[in-house]
Structure formats: structure tokens, C-alpha cells
Design a protein around this ligand. Structure first.
Ligand code: PEP
Ligand code: MG
Length: 755
């Protein structure tokens, strides 16, 4: 490969000096374009910078009419310059006027120039401006000249990114880098957060751009690539990377890329053109990113992301960069931006400072989202391009209700959101004031309000919300966020911590409910066409008694000397409950044989989620100590609607007559057998549906902790006997077309019940 000829090398050396000189920004820009023009034997060299309003403005020129500086402008996508910025691709033309996008700007006097070479000024794949050289004669610029111009553009990108050009930006205008942007994503966890951007993988800033000795830099690059390849091989040979599956697939792809000759060649070329090894990695990474942002094929995007990760690894090696420790300058109000993230990584951040999480990828059911929701922070997912658009420390608003992220928001938007947050805080304050108020309805019925939980991060909410206990502890969450199956002792110590933190308030542990949409990566069954109806929950536990017995033992040991309340998910036949009870008995015998202290009381319950149990209500109520209705699943199965598919699950109403009648039958069966009945699905946490539940006879419900306040406010104003009377007739009315939801809403409005 040919090294840069003496000319470009001299240019880069001169640019390095210029960057260090104490010059005014306009003067520095003017000198840069002059140097480039003379060095590349071009008659014209110009720099266009992208403004926040999407206009590319001429900031400096050598050769064109100087009067046009700060006046000549083109919209993004308009003319050759706008095309380069929009596509983030260079244009090399021997006859510029012949190009269909050519647009003549009379103020510049450029009509006499024929050949044209323009490159985007890129940062993290984003166009910040365009750098152009032009010649009168029709000529083709060589590949090395294009490379040299791209290298120079990196210097300009740095100048724009450091904010130096702000000083010479006309009043009232802003550069694109500081533009307010709104990213549309999906709402994964509700809530609003105001704060500052924290990039989960902070961008590695390469400040040492230009090399002194390219051979030395080539060697540095080769060494870094060498260690990168070794580290990937190391990872692949580790035992925990199973022989197949996603993890291995990703690493295999990394290995393939790390050996990709095209990638290595492009970086070497950049070094020969005068960059340091790290700047070369960054340049090729930025070029790749520019393409990636514009890709629509999800598979290709994923592969490009792999390249991006690999480049980051290389950069870390070459710059000796290690991510900032979290404590170091971490903002008090942090909104984390990441492409994707593991649940454990989120837990590493100081919880008190987290206001939101923005993910470019992810799914509502991904573990990190489950944890974020448990922590009560707003999450927006599928926020395309978020990481490239934001810089560490940028002000940002996350709107988890609408799935929007406002980066560098304008003052009026900021004000509106501050007001929203203030109102919410005020409402929360009112709910908090109810925390110690007994939940008794207007007509004197005592209601038991409990909360749902699944992680240790949930526990402080028990005291904060004023919940009486935990009505549903989803034990599968511990399994879902772990990378390997939690061992018996780990489970035991986890349950012990839960009970300790609950400090005497009852906790209802639900045994493992994996399968369906709850995926545990290290425990994969076969692909199932209908996982919701497949091998899951109690079915899986009974087929793998070792797994279930380990959990039962852990629960029994953790609750030694105290009360243990547990229940089984997705029961279809009462016989399944009996089978688990037998296993439980064996565990109890085993533990007492070895002298362990047993729980002083054992309460054994079942969840009612499968409609088949509706025709076994008598034996069910006789069999168990309590029943908890899982209305999320019971609704999906009885109405035949996928709970994860908004297309259909919004169609049928939990407050419709059929479902309310099902629930009423359950309550009546519980009353017949004096078996306590509770409900722990999402409908318990919505004031209107919770009101309906009380109206049909529920006296105990369990919900997300943030719902306790609003539900308590509702029931304090409710005359439940009056509602029961109304429902009794309305539910059995065979001729009414009035939706039950409307009837309930009218009742609430007529009786001033806060919803
Ligand atoms: C339910 O199905 O209503 C329930 C509470 O269980 P999960 O949401 O965990 O399936
Ligand atoms: Mg369920």
C-alpha cells in the first residue's frame, strides 16, 4: 500500500499545528480551507456546516466569493452538498454541472468549476457538515485524495463537536449538533423523567488524530487486532458458552468480523493517509455507522452493530480507555441511553439517580425492562438512532407514557414537562398521605390491599406504598435476570432476604412460572408453536421435579420458624396441586429428618388462571388454603385473546359481562367453602376495574405498588353495598346493550368516586 505522498502529509502536519494555535474560530477555518486548497492543488475548498434548522451554511471558503460566507445555504438533500450530507456518502465528479442534483448558487460564483469532490463531515455516523474541493478543469480525483479529504473532515468534525463554531454562528441560529430532537419509540414503562444523558457505553473520544509515523501505527493496529482475536477465542472456549445458541452465534460472528480483511484494509488505508491507529478505527467505524443508520434490513443492522461493538473494543485497547466509574460525575438525574443492555448492568447504576432508560432495541418483556419497571423508572424502547443523536450530559426528557424521547428540548417543552412532573408529584403526595389510612370502604368493609413483586429492588415499596403484604411474588424474575440457573442456596438466601425485608408482612411466593413469554435463556425447551398453551409453569415443574423440589426446599428453609405462603401457577387440574403437595411433604420429611427448623405455618394456594378450573371449583376450594385469580391469563384463555397482542387484547374488555360473571362465580365458590379468594392480575391496579372487583365481592386484591394509593383513594369513597346491588341485576340482565364499563363509570361519576 502506498503511503500518503509528501503533499497530504505536509497538510496534516500543518493542520495539526493550526488546531493548536490560539486562533479565532473563523480565522482557523479560513486557514484550514486555504491549506487544503493549496495542498490538493484545488482552486476551491469550502466548508458547509449543518444547522439545527436542517440548512447547510457556507462557513468558510477559499476560491468562491468570500461575501457568500454565512449567506450561501442549501437545505439537507438539496444540491450536491445537501445530497452528501443526507446520504453521508462522498461524491467524486469530473463534471459537477452534469449531475442531476447540481444546484447553482449565484452568490458563490462557482459556475466556472467543473470537477467536484465532496465528503461528509461525520461524527458517530451523523453528518455535521460537508467539505468540498473544486477545480476548473474536468478531472477525476484519485482514491488517495478522497481518503485525504475524509481524514481532514475528521479534524473539522472535532472542531464542530467541541462547540468552537458556536462563536461564529449567527444570532438566533444553532448548529445541528445542538439541535432539539424528538425520537419516537415505544412505551415500555410509564412515567416521565427529566435529566441528563448518560451513554451506557460512553463514546471513546479520540483526540490524537494525526500520526507521526504510519508504520508504527500500523504495528499498533496489528497488535490490537491480534489481542482482540485472542480475547474472542478465549471467550469462545469458556465453558459457560454452550456449544450452540445465541451467545455462541454472536461470538462466532465477532470472530469472523475480526478476521475480515476488508475491515482491516480500510483501517490500514486510513493510517497510510495520516491517521493514528485509533483515529483510523474511529473513521472506519463512523463510515460504517453512517451506512448502518440508513439500513432497514434488521438482520444487516444487527451485523453492522456487531462491527460497531468490535470497533469499540479495539478503541478501548488502543486508547487504554476504561469506562468511567459510575460515581465519577454521575448526574443526580440520569437518563441512560443504550443500544441494548442486560438487567444486571442496570442494577449497577445508583438507583436513586435513575430517571429513565432509552433503548434502541429491546422488547417489553426483555429482562432489563422488567427490572426497570420494578424500579419504577420510565423506559422507551425501539428508539432508533438515539445513541448517535445524544451526547453525554445533554439535557433530555423521557416520556414513557407516549414513548417519546426529547433530546436537548426547547425551553417551552421543558417547562410543560416540568409542570407535568410537578402535578404528578403532587398527586403522589396526596396518595402518600393515605399510606397509613386503613382501607375501609364508606360502608365499613375492610379491604386487603397487597402488592406484586419479584425482585429485591421492589421491597422498599412495601413500606412506601403502605401495602399489607406481597400478594404475588413472581419467583421466576430471579431466574430471568440470572445468566445461569440459581442454585438452591442462592434461592434460599434470596427468599430469606425477601422475608427479612418484608419484616413480618406476609409474602405469597409463587413457584416458578417460566415458559410462555417468560424466557429463561439457560433453560430452553423445544420451540413451541403456541408457547402460552405449552410446556410452562406447573407443567414444567412437575416434569422436572428436581427443579421444583430445589425451590420448595429453598422456600421451606428460608421461612424456618415463620409462616410460609406459597402458590402454584397455571394449574389446570386439581390433581396437579395434589402432586406438588406430595413433593412438598417429602421435602418437609427430609428437612425434619436432618434436624432443620420448619416453617411454623404453611399456607398452600393455587392460582386460578386456566378456565378448566371453573368446572372444578368445589374440589379446588376444598383442596387449598387460598385461591389467587391470575386475571391476565384467565382473561387471555377464557376470551381466547393473546395478552401480548394489542391488536386483539384491546378488543375484549375485562369489564365485559362474560368475564365479570366468571369472576363472580369464583367469589361465590370461595364463600361456599370459606376459602379466601384474592386477585393479582393487572385489573386489580386500575381504579375502575378494582371498583368492579369489590362490587362483585372481592375483599382482597394485589397490584403494582404504585397503584395502591389510587386504589385506596377510590375505595375510601365507595359504598360497596350500593355497587353490589347495582351489579347483581346488571350482570344478569340478558337484554341490555349498555356496556358494563359505561355503567360502572357512570356509577363512579354519580357517586363522586375518585378514579
Ligand atoms: C396473571 O396471569 O394474572 C398473573 C398475575 O400472572 P403473570 O402476569 O405473572 O402471568
Ligand atoms: Mg399468569
Amino acid at each position: 500500500m502506498r503511503d500518503l505522498s509528501a503533499g497530504p502529509r505536509v497538510l496534516l502536519k500543518r493542520l495539526r499545528e493550526l488546531m493548536a494555535e490560539p486562533l479565532e474560530p473563523q480565522e482557523r477555518l479560513d486557514q484550514i480551507v486555504r491549506q487544503i486548497a493549496s495542498n490538493m492543488v484545488a482552486e476551491v475548498c469550502s466548508v458547509y456546516v449543518l444547522r439545527a434548522d436542517g440548512v447547510l451554511e457556507l462557513y468558510a471558503t477559499e476560491g468562491l466569493n468570500k461575501q457568500a460566507v454565512h449567506l450561501a445555504q442549501l437545505k439537507m438533500g438539496q444540491g450536491l452538498v445537501g445530497t452528501i450530507a443526507a446520504s453521508a456518502q462522498p461524491l467524486n465528479l469530473s463534471d459537477a454541472q452534469a449531475h442531476p442534483a447540481f444546484r447553482y448558487l449565484p452568490e458563490t460564483g462557482e459556475e466556472i468549476y467543473h470537477s467536484f469532490l465532496g465528503v461528509p463531515i461525520l461524527r458517530a455516523g451523523r453528518s455535521l457538515g460537508v467539505l468540498v474541493v473544486q477545480n476548473k478543469a474536468q478531472r477525476n480525483y484519485r482514491e488517495d485524495e478522497l481518503e485525504a479529504l475524509e481524514t481532514t473532515a475528521m479534524v473539522l468534525a472535532e472542531m464542530i463537536a467541541t462547540g468552537e463554531l458556536k462563536k461564529i454562528t449567527r444570532p438566533g441560529l444553532e448548529l445541528d449538533l445542538t439541535r432539539a430532537v424528538t425520537i419516537d419509540g415505544d412505551s415500555y414503562s410509564e412515567g416521565i423523567g427529566l435529566g441528563y444523558v448518560v451513554l451506557h457505553e460512553p463514546r471513546i473520544v479520540v483526540t490524537n488524530l494525526l500520526n507521526e509515523d504510519s508504520e508504527k501505527e500500523i504495528r499498533r493496529l496489528a497488535d490490537a487486532i491480534g489481542s482482540l482475536r485472542i480475547s474472542i477465542d478465549d471467550m469462545l472456549s469458556r465453558r459457560e458458552v454452550s456449544m450452540e445458541g445465541e451467545h455462541r452465534e454472536v461470538l462466532e460472528t465477532y470472530r469472523m468480523f475480526a478476521h475480515d480483511q476488508g475491515w482491516v484494509r480500510r483501517m490500514e488505508e486510513a493510517i497510510h493517509n495520516g491517521l493514528t491507529a485509533e483515529a483510523a478505527v474511529e473513521k472506519v467505524q463512523s463510515d460504517t455507522k453512517a451506512r448502518m443508520i440508513r439500513l432497514t434490513d434488521p438482520y444487516l443492522r444487527e451485523r453492522m452493530h456487531d462491527f460497531d461493538d468490535l470497533a469499540n473494543r479495539l478503541l478501548r485497547q488502543l486508547t487504554g480507555f476504561s469506562p468511567r466509574t459510575v460515581a465519577d460525575g454521575f448526574p443526580a438525574d440520569a437518563i441512560i441511553f443504550a443500544r441494548a443492555m442486560g438487567a444486571a448492568e442496570l442494577l449497577d447504576y445508583p438507583r436513586a439517580n435513575l430517571r429513565g432508560l432509552v433503548l434502541e432495541e429491546g422488547a417489553v418483556t426483555s429482562h432489563v425492562v422488567i427490572v426497570a419497571r420494578a424500579m419504577g423508572i420510565a423506559v422507551v424502547g425501539q428508539a432508533a438512532g438515539a445513541v448517535a443523536l445524544a451526547e453525554n450530559g445533554d439535557p433530555v426528557i423521557i416520556d414513557g407514557d407516549d414513548g417519546k424521547v426529547h433530546v436537548r428540548p426547547m425551553a417551552d417543552l421543558q417547562k410543560a414537562y416540568e409542570e407535568k412532573v410537578r402535578l404528578r408529584a403532587k398527586r403522589q403526595e396526596q396518595f402518600r398521605a393515605l399510606r397509613d389510612v386503613e382501607p375501609v370502604t364508606k360502608d365499613g368493609k375492610r379491604i386487603k390491599l397487597q402488592m406484586n413483586a419479584g425482585l429485591l429492588v421492589d421491597l422498599p415499596q412495601l413500606v412506601d406504598s403502605g401495602a399489607e403484604g406481597i400478594g404475588l411474588f413472581r419467583t421466576e424474575l430471579q431466574f430471568m435476570i440470572a445468566s445461569t440457573m440459581p442454585k438452591g442456596e442462592e434461592q434460599e438466601s434470596f427468599y430469606r432476604s425477601v422475608l427479612k425485608q418484608a419484616a413480618g408482612r406476609p409474602v405469597t411466593f409463587r413457584t416458578l412460572d417460566i415458559g410462555g413469554d417468560k424466557v429463561v435463556s439457560y433453560f430452553r425447551g423445544h420451540e413451541e408453536e403456541n408457547p402460552a398453551l405449552g410446556w410452562r409453569a406447573i407443567r414444567l415443574s412437575l416434569d422436572r421435579p428436581g427443579l421444583l423440589r430445589t425451590q420448595l426446599r429453598a422456600l421451606l428453609k428460608a421461612a424456618a420458624g415463620a409462616e410460609l405462603k406459597m402458590m402454584l401457577p397455571m394449574v389446570t387440574e386439581v390433581a396437579e396441586i395434589r402432586a406438588v403437595r406430595e413433593l412438598m411433604q417429602k421435602e418437609v420429611q427430609h428437612l425434619s429428618k436432618f434436624g432443620h427448623t420448619l416453617p411454623k405455618k404453611l399456607q398452600f394456594g393455587a392460582m386460578l388462571e386456566v378456565p378448566a378450573l371453573m368446572w372444578q371449583l368445589d374440589e379446588l376450594m376444598e383442596e387449598v388454603d387460598f385461591v389467587s385469580v391470575g386475571s391476565n391469563d384467565l382473561f387471555q384463555f377464557s376470551m381466547a385473546v393473546d395478552r401480548g397482542n394489542a391488536r386483539v387484547s384491546d378488543r375484549f374488555d375485562v369489564l365485559g359481562r362474560p368475564f365479570l360473571r366468571i369472576l363472580r362465580d369464583i367469589v361465590r365458590a370461595g364463600e361456599r367453602y370459606q376459602t379466601p379468594v384474592t386477585l393479582c392480575g393487572e385489573m386489580a391496579g386500575k381504579p375502575l376495574s378494582a371498583m368492579a372487583l369489590l362490587g362483585i365481592g372481592f375483599r382482597s386484591i394485589s397490584m403494582s405498588p404504585t397503584a395502591i394509593g389510587p386504589i385506596k383513594a377510590m375505595l375510601l369513597g365507595l359504598d360497596v353495598s350500593k355497587l353490589a346491588e347495582l351489579l347483581e341485576t346488571a350482570l344478569d340482565d340478558h337484554h341490555s346493550n349498555q356496556p358494563m364499563r359505561d355503567l360502572l363509570a357512570k356509577f363512579a361519576a354519580d357517586n363522586n368516586i375518585p378514579l
